[in-house]
Design a protein around this ligand. Sequence first.
Ligand SMILES: C[S@@+](CC[C@H](N)C(=O)[O-])C[C@H]1O[C@@H](n2cnc3c(N)ncnc32)[C@H](O)[C@@H]1O
Length: 252
Amino acid sequence: MADTAIDLIGGVATQEINFQWFRSALRADNGLRGSLDYGHAVIDTTAKLDQYLHSYGPMIESQWEHIAPCLAGIAPPTFWIDYGCGQGLAGLLVNDLTQGALLALVRDILLIEPSAMALARAAAIYGRMAPAATVTSLCERFDDLSEGDLPNPHAGSTLHLFSNSLDVPGFDPLALLTKTLRPGHHTILSVSHDRDFNGGTPRIEGVKAAFENPGMAHQLNIHRSMLERFTCDNPSQSKGVVWLCELEVNDG
Ligand SMILES: C[S@@+](CC[C@H](N)C(=O)[O-])C[C@H]1O[C@@H](n2cnc3c(N)ncnc32)[C@H](O)[C@@H]1O
């Protein structure tokens, strides 16, 4: 069934494209929260996408609001990868919180998401927020990704955005990043619910430790790597965790 959200995103004035507009236009409590597997489900209907916006939108919004000061310190990238982008909420929030500054120089966008319905919404949103960029959508699970699927971006720096996705169980995060980290400058920004079950923060800590392992120093030059836990401002005062890592991947 066609998703009316796609026409909605295409038809709204550019200045209206923001998280508040998107959530107010589409959120719905369809009694489907239980089918979302705490937000980890690969969503297969628009009714569930709208439920996700209703049930998880406030937590994700308050996570990103909390880490807004980190966003101000990130140099605008030219290549943007949104891993497990869902329907594009993190892109909307980062764009809102930086007033477009972080997307301003982006020429290539890669969206990776196994839910075709969510991915179509995310591609439509990014297409409106960054009309001059080339958007590549990969409807795949991370473990199924092959290097040949990846676009060849213009030279520059890469932002790797994980919004509530690096902590999701069921894939190998180091294998994923080995495929996407090419020589050059990179910023990895991961924001998630802080928990120690069903995947969770230990997965993020594992990736951080692997990157900081002295044995990796010949391949990676880590400029900064900071993990911080925090409490969100949403009604349920969710716990959050952010990992921000800036690094250089050495050539050869
Ligand atoms: C908690 S949601 C986060 C969605 C979005 N990033 C956000 O912040 O709203 C987790 C996302 O990861 C995707 N996902 C789950 N397992 C995955 C896998 N093995 N490979 C790639 N994506 C996966 C789901 O489809 C879902 O969109």
